[in-house]
Design a protein. Structure first.
Length: 355
């Protein structure tokens, strides 16, 4: 057998992807199928698939198979940040630097688009209903009118992404906020904490409600009394508000030995608060966040947090929109599983702590 046979097979399969204009998400030849078709060993077939995956043409999924990961010809897609024009998002892309969360989402979509061969354009807002026959990814926000979304879906291929609630009659890719909060609180409970503070934004906010429910349920299921005094709101995410919330927590008769922050922005501010007041983290107070903000890995101590997997969100969203462009119109509701990232900001409560 020629030592370059596997390279020849790679070239043949790569050409078939481009010649047949295969799309992201299409099923690709399995290892066994390659063995049978080209009369090669399992080792050779595996090497072929590994090379195609390294080049970005396919992606292997455990128990699911191998699928096309890059379009042979670019699919044009518009990422709309604000469909209603009422979410405070500036009209110019250059003005988005004051929205770090949006910037991160945009970067994830651009990376996923580059990997999958999608021509992605970012649009800050759409005010009217004149768009027709386009592939649209709409970034969900609290003010998105559902009647406008329904009308837009009737004229275009649409995926609602970065969503927290299930949407009817529209493709949606959602972040599992409930599971993310459970991972964070369960981690603190597993370390032995029983006085766990919760600092978040507005309790009634759609994004915060799943976190509140998860926080309460995890405590109760582990025999830990729920105490409203341990929950503090920070409506505007301002540093002064977060510090005030922490002052109130730490002045309780039985202060918390750990704090679950509703997002990393709050958690990072709490770490700074503790540093300024000589509160040892995690010796006296453990802190866990949610988001896996880039700063979470470089702050000292490193922040234990929950990664919402925005990279998977972007990949899955693009996969659905490309499938719709190719005529596959099945409505999908995808929940992205989060991942707990354990760093140095959490540890068992100190001996003698009030727990």
């Amino acid at each position: 057998m020629s030592k370059t046979l596997w390279k020849t097979i790679v070239g043949t399969l790569r050409a078939e992807i481009t010649d047949n204009d295969m799309r992201v998400g299409e099923r690709f030849s399995s290892r066994d199928e390659i063995c049978s078709r080209f009369d090669v060993s399992t080792i050779t077939a595996r090497r072929v698939l590994d090379e195609l995956e390294a080049e970005g043409w396919v992606k292997k999924y455990k128990y699911r198979g191998t699928f096309v990961a890059r379009n042979a010809s670019p699919v044009s897609v518009n990422l709309i940040l604000d469909c209603s024009g009422s979410n405070g998002i500036p009209s110019e892309i250059s003005a988005l630097q004051s929205f770090p969360r949006l910037i991160r989402i945009i970067d994830e979509f651009k990376s996923a688009a580059d990997r999958s061969g999608v021509d992605l354009q970012v649009i800050t807002r759409v005010y009217n209903n004149d768009i027709n026959g386009q592939n649209l990814i709409v970034l969900d926000n609290y003010d998105l009118p559902r009647d406008l979304l329904k009308l837009t879906c009737s004229k275009n291929n649409v995926v609602l992404t970065h969503a927290v609630n299930k949407a009817e009659h529209v493709n949606a890719v959602r972040l599992d906020m409930d599971k993310g909060a459970r991972l964070a609180v369960k981690h603190l409970v597993s370390l032995g904490h029983k006085r766990i503070g919760f600092v978040l934004t507005k309790v009634t906010d759609d994004w915060q409600i799943p976190r509140c429910i998860a926080y309460e349920e995890v405590l109760k299921r582990n025999g830990i009394a729920f105490d409203w005094h341990l929950i503090k709101e920070t409506i505007n995410l301002g540093r002064a508000e977060i510090c005030t919330a922490m002052d109130r927590l730490m002045k309780l008769e039985q202060p918390p030995t750990a704090v679950f922050a509703g997002n990393d922005e709050i958690a990072l501010t709490i770490i700074q608060y503790c540093r300024e007041r000589n509160i040892d983290v995690p010796g006296k107070l453990s802190i866990v966040g949610l988001d896996n903000n880039p700063d979470a890995s470089i702050v000292s101590p490193g922040l234990t947090t929950v990664d919402n997997r925005l990279d998977l969100m972007a990949e899955e969203t693009l996969r659905i929109i490309v499938a719709a462009d190719d005529g596959r119109k099945e409505i999908r509701d995808v929940l992205i599983p989060p991942e707990l990232i354990i760093r140095e900001s959490t540890a068992p409560p100190a001996v003698g702590s009030l727990i």
